[in-house]
Design a protein around this ligand. Structure first.
Ligand code: C5P
Length: 221
């Protein structure tokens, strides 16, 4: 059986991983895994079910019971337990809660196989925090994509505004810094660069040049 190629793109929030990963997947004709949306969906399930963020056992049960469907059209449509939650996925409040539920080791264990199931022929572009280190350590192509904190906050701000979501730059900057700290400092699968990853700082790069660098990595084999 031919091995399925995997390209992992990890990095902090707002580094441009989503946009770049989608474009790279399109150019390569590969599948796309937005692993953050899985943790975001769990955060939504937890709040819809009125579960306390401190009740780890109940959060783990919600992760086990969660039914998720992704539909890749122009935009990614997400259905959670039969309900379309696409509009709630990008909210900052969802991202912040996601980083709290994502720090629970048992939650990560439960969600591991759901993520690995995305590895299908001819290939997969996987975007997240631990794609190259934990979920797909065997991936032949790994990228760690980052940008300065102020640039990341500005990008997230513009992204939310474009979606018509009310946003405040100072608050986003604080929230991004706080979320990054939680993601880097957690004990299980913290945000870290895989030793065999290509480091890219996109602060002064265009989206197209980031995508080209990444495609060059894949072309070189
Ligand atoms: O990438 P995104 O901002 O959608 O991720 C939301 C949160 O989900 C992150 O802040 C992180 O805590 C968590 N996450 C994770 N592991 C991943 C992807 C996301 O812990 N692979």
């Amino acid at each position: 059986m031919m091995a399925v190629a995997v390209l992992t793109i990890d990095g902090p929030s707002g580094a441009g991983k989503g946009t770049v990963s989608r474009l790279a997947a399109k150019r390569l004709g590969w599948h796309y895994l937005d692993s953050g949306s899985i943790y975001r969906s769990l955060a939504l399930a937890v709040s819809k079910q009125g579960i306390d963020l401190a009740d780890e056992a109940a959060i783990v049960r919600a992760a086990e019971a969660m039914r998720l469907e992704f539909e890749c059209g122009e935009e990614l449509t997400v259905r959670l337990n039969g309900q379309d939650v696409t509009a709630e996925i990008p909210l900052e409040s969802t991202g912040n809660r996601a980083s709290t539920v994502a720090a629970i080791p048992e939650v990560r264990r439960v969600l591991l196989q759901k993520q690995r199931d995305f590895k299908q022929s001819p290939g997969l572009v996987a975007d997240g925090r631990d794609m190259g280190t934990v979920v797909f350590p065997e991936a032949p192509f790994k990228v760690f994509l980052t940008a300065s904190a102020s640039e990341r906050a500005m990008r997230r701000y513009k992204q939310l505004k474009e979606k018509g979501i009310d946003a405040n730059l100072a608050r986003i900057t604080n929230e991004i810094e706080e979320r990054d700290r939680r993601d880097r400092e957690r004990a299980t699968a913290p945000l870290a660069m895989a030793s065999d990853a290509l480091f890219l700082d996109s602060s002064d790069m265009t989206i197209d040049s980031v995508v080209e660098e990444i495609l060059n990595l894949v072309r070189k084999g």
